[in-house]
Structure formats: C-alpha cells, structure tokens
Design a protein around this ligand. Structure first.
Ligand SMILES: *[C@@H]1O[C@H](CO)[C@@H](O)[C@H](O)[C@H]1NC(C)=O
Ligand SMILES: *[C@@H]1O[C@H](CO)[C@@H](O)[C@H](O)[C@H]1NC(C)=O
Ligand SMILES: *[C@@H]1O[C@H](CO)[C@@H](O)[C@H](O)[C@H]1NC(C)=O
Ligand SMILES: *[C@@H]1O[C@H](CO)[C@@H](O)[C@H](O)[C@H]1NC(C)=O
Ligand SMILES: *[C@@H]1O[C@H](CO)[C@@H](O)[C@H](O)[C@H]1NC(C)=O
Ligand SMILES: *[C@@H]1O[C@H](CO)[C@@H](O)[C@H](O)[C@H]1NC(C)=O
Length: 417
C-alpha cells in the first residue's frame, strides 16, 4: 500500500515538475503574439498593395504580424503601434509600394506612427462608414507624401475630414497629394491642437480660407510651397502662429504685399517667399526678425529700397532678393553683425545703385555673391584675400570701373563684366 502511494506521489511529482519545466521553458520564449484584430486590419491593408518587388514578403499568415516588415508592436500588449514602410531606403533599386493605399490602416487602435511616404501608390482608398474610426487616436506622426508626384497622375483626396479624430497629431505630411477640392483645409488643420509641423507642399491648394477664429499657436514648421493660391495672404495670416521657425510659401502664386504682421513671427529662422507675385515694398519690420538665417524673396515684383535694418540681422547666412524691382543704394547695407560661418548674398537682376560698401571687405565668411545686372558703380576695390571662403562672385552687367583683381584662384568662379 505504502509502496503504491509512494509510487503515485513520485509519479505526481514527476508530472508536476515536467509541467513546471515546460511552463518556464515556454514563458522564457513568450512573445505576446500579434493582436488578432490588428492582424486583420494589416491584411486588409495588404490586399490593395501591388508589391511587385517583394518589399512586404514577410507579411504572411505563417509569421507573427509583429515581425512583419515595418510593423512594430507594443511588446507587452502585442498591439501594433508603428508602421514604417517609407520608400527612403530603396532609392537605388526602386522597390516602391504601388497600388492602393487603404486608409483602413488608421483603424489600428494603438497606432502612433504611420509613415507610407516616398512610395508610388496609385490611389488612396477611404474605409467605408462601417469601418469608421471610433477609438481615441494616438497617432502623432503621419506621412503619406508620395515619391513621384505625377507619374501615374497625382494622388488626390476630396477632403480632409478624416483627419479630425486624430487630435494627437504633431507631424503631418501630405505633400504631393492633390487637395484642390478641399476648401476648408485650414479649418481642419485647426482641429488638430497638438500640431507642430505641417507639410502641404505641392497639394494644389487654391484658397486661403478665412483665418478668423483660427489658432495654430503650437506650429513650428509650415510648408505650403508649390500650391496655387492665386490670392493675397490674408491679413491675419501671421497672427495664427507665434512659434513658427520655418515658413515656406514659395512658388504658390501669392499676390499683393507682404503683410507687416510678419513681425509676429519673432522666432522665424527660415522664410521662403520666392517665385510669387509679391508687390510693393518689403515691410521694414523684417529687420526685427532677429533669428532669421535664410531669407529668400527672389523672383517677385517687390520694389523700393531694401530696409537697411536687414544688415542688422546677425544670424543671416542666406539672403536672396534677386529678380525683383528693388532700387536705391546698397551702400547703406552693412552686414556688420553677421555671426554665421557662411554667407550667401544674391541681389542680382534689380536696379540697385551706388557702390559696394567698404565694410563688405570684412565679410570674412562670404561664400557666394551675385550682383549681376544692377546699376552699381564705382571702383571695385575688392581684395580677394579678404574673402577667403569665396567660391562664386558675379559682378557683371553693372557700371563698375577700376581695376579688376588679378591672380584669381582656379577654384573661384568670377564674372566681372
Ligand atoms: C503592379 O505593378 C506593376 C509594375 O508597375 C504593373 O506592371 C502591374 O500591372 C501592377 N499590377 C496590378 C495588379 O496592378
Ligand atoms: C519592450 O519594449 C521596451 C521599449 O520598447 C524595451 O525597453 C524592452 O526591453 C522590451 N522588453 C522586451 C522583453 O523585449
Ligand atoms: C464617421 O462617420 C460619421 C458619420 O457618418 C462622419 O461624420 C465622420 O466624418 C466619420 N469619421 C471618419 C473618421 O471617417
Ligand atoms: C491659442 O491657443 C493657445 C494654446 O492653446 C492659447 O494660449 C492662446 O491664448 C490662443 N490664442 C488665441 C488668440 O486665442
Ligand atoms: C492656378 O489657378 C488659376 C485660377 O484658378 C488657373 O487659371 C491656373 O491655371 C492655375 N495654375 C496652375 C499652374 O495650376
Ligand atoms: C494681428 O496681431 C496684431 C498684434 O499682434 C494686431 O494688431 C492685429 O490687429 C492682428 N491682425 C489681425 C487681422 O488679426
């Protein structure tokens, strides 16, 4: 009897230890599997994709979806948090994703990061109403900008209403997607209270909606270049934001004056307004934007003299105001406080007169200077050894006199006549 009990208890003990051993073996290797619902969503997204070059071959049902190319899961919950399928790494051999970009992917409840940029999708598909987004969105990064804008006809979206639930967005890039039917783009952007960076370049935007009651106070970067606004900048446009450091409105068919409310953008570092139809003179307040590094006003119809206060800007490393109707003397433009280690200056194709300021010989970090086609005169007293960093100098099509510096180093491109 006792022998039997002992045998049974031994057997039980053995069984117990085997299961424990097995359990601990398993839990060591436990990776929380991909969430079933998330996997379904990813598979629906995959259905539309034409992956001729096998970029997402790993997206197969035999493999846990957390291990699929570009998919990142929370390692405790197994929920998909990030999808990164941008085409950047593929520039050499072009294995871009094509076909349909199905935005059902936004139904991933815990998605915080989505990058589908630099691919060649042919069409964007919006999920039907029954797949409406009802969860509160964690998405903070969204980049859908295609690689080639026009190869298959541009991608387009009729409206941006689908963005509104994504109120955690900090970074939004829809550059290259045509939005010309969306007239309320700015109001919708305004419903994204966390937005820091907005890239809507080359979107065929064609209107500035009324900016009343809007507040984009957190925005730091705004790129609206390459659109077709065919209008003035609304008066209060520069009142919308305060912290903007980067503003690109170039090649956007903007008319009229540069509003003096520009002065509100006290943190601005880069301002690009080139290739528009801007007129009248430059507001003198521009010289009070103390942090400006790059200022491009070229290819407009701006006129009058340029405010000498521009010469006070100490961080400037690029000033391009070529191809306008500016006039007046440049001799009152002193860049005496420059602290940048490289300086490019383009005043070409204007009607500036006067002589080259003597103080410019102190522009130790002058890298590029283009004064082509103005009415500048006087003696060229340039001593090239003052400008040791210089790579390019064009003084041609002016009325200069005097001696031309000899022994120009070979690396230097110089045009004097
Ligand atoms: C997938 O893309 C290739 C290359 O662009 C194209 O030849 C093919 O017709 C596409 N297939 C489908 C189903 O769209
Ligand atoms: C889970 O993820 C966190 C943060 O991504 C990481 O620090 C941690 O090491 C991961 N844990 C395991 C068990 O992989
Ligand atoms: C969800 O459906 C409602 C009602 O049809 C609609 O107003 C809303 O824009 C939809 N939201 C999204 C994200 O599609
Ligand atoms: C804009 O919003 C910010 C923060 O949300 C707030 O501090 C500021 O007062 C608002 N500005 C206006 C003009 O409503
Ligand atoms: C810009 O818009 C105007 C007016 O709507 C139109 O006539 C013009 O063709 C557009 N330009 C481009 C480049 O699309
Ligand atoms: C813009 O703000 C300035 C003060 O910062 C104010 O004087 C001006 O009236 C505002 N303009 C508009 C159109 O709101």
């Amino acid at each position: 009897m006792t022998i039997l009990t002992t045998q049974i208890s031994l057997l039980l003990l053995l069984l117990l230890s085997i299961t424990t051993f097995y359990k601990s073996l398993c839990s060591n290797h436990t990776v929380v599997g991909c969430n079933e619902k998330d996997r379904e969503t990813l598979l629906t997204f995959k259905q539309g994709i034409n992956d001729t070059l096998g970029r997402i071959l790993t997206w197969s049902t035999e493999i846990d979806c957390c291990a699929w190319e570009g998919v990142h899961c929370d390692n405790i919950t197994g929920r998909v948090t990030k999808l990164d399928l941008n085409g950047k790494s593929n520039f050499d051999n072009e294995p871009f994703l094509k076909g349909e970009m199905n935005l059902c992917i936004l139904e991933l409840e815990f998605l915080s990061y989505l990058d589908l940029s630099l691919n060649e999708f042919d069409v964007i598909r919006f999920p039907s109403i029954q797949h409406n987004i009802t969860h509160s969105s964690n998405l903070f990064y969204l980049d859908l900008s295609p690689f080639r804008y026009h190869d298959h006809g541009p991608l387009h979206m009729d409206n941006l209403g689908w963005l509104s639930p994504h109120s955690s967005l900090k970074y939004l890039d829809l550059s290259g997607i045509h939005l010309h039917k969306e007239t309320n783009w700015l109001q919708i952007v305004n419903t994204l209270p966390s937005l820091l960076e907005l890239q809507l370049s080359h979107c065929n935007l064609n209107n500035f909606p009324s900016v009343e009651y809007l507040n984009l106070s957190l925005l730091v970067t705004l790129d609206l270049s390459l659109n077709n606004f065919t209008s003035h900048l609304p008066d209060g446009f520069f009142n919308l934001t305060k912290d903007l450091t980067y503003l690109d409105l170039s090649q956007s068919n903007i008319y009229g004056e540069i509003p003096s409310s520009l002065l509100n953008l006290q943190n601005l570092r880069d301002l690009y307004l080139s290739y528009n139809q801007l007129q009248e003179s430059v507001p003198k307040e521009i010289g009070q934007l103390a942090h400006i590094q790059q200022l491009d006003l070229s290819e407009n119809q701006l006129q009058g003299s340029i405010p000498s206060t521009l010469g006070n800007l100490s961080s400037l490393n690029y000033l391009s105001i070529g191809s306008n109707n500016f006039s007046g003397e440049i001799s009152n433009l002193h860049f005496s406080k420059l602290s940048s280690k490289s300086f490019r200056l383009d005043l070409s194709y204007n009607s500036f007169s006067g002589s080259i300021p003597h103080s410019w010989k102190n522009l130790e970090y002058l890298f590029y200077i283009n004064l082509w086609s103005n009415r500048l005169s006087g003696e060229v007293l340039v001593n090239l050894s003052d400008w040791r960093r210089l790579q390019f100098m064009n003084l041609g099509e002016n009325e200069f006199s005097g001696t031309i510096p000899l022994n120009i180093p070979q690396y230097l491109e110089v045009f004097i006549y």
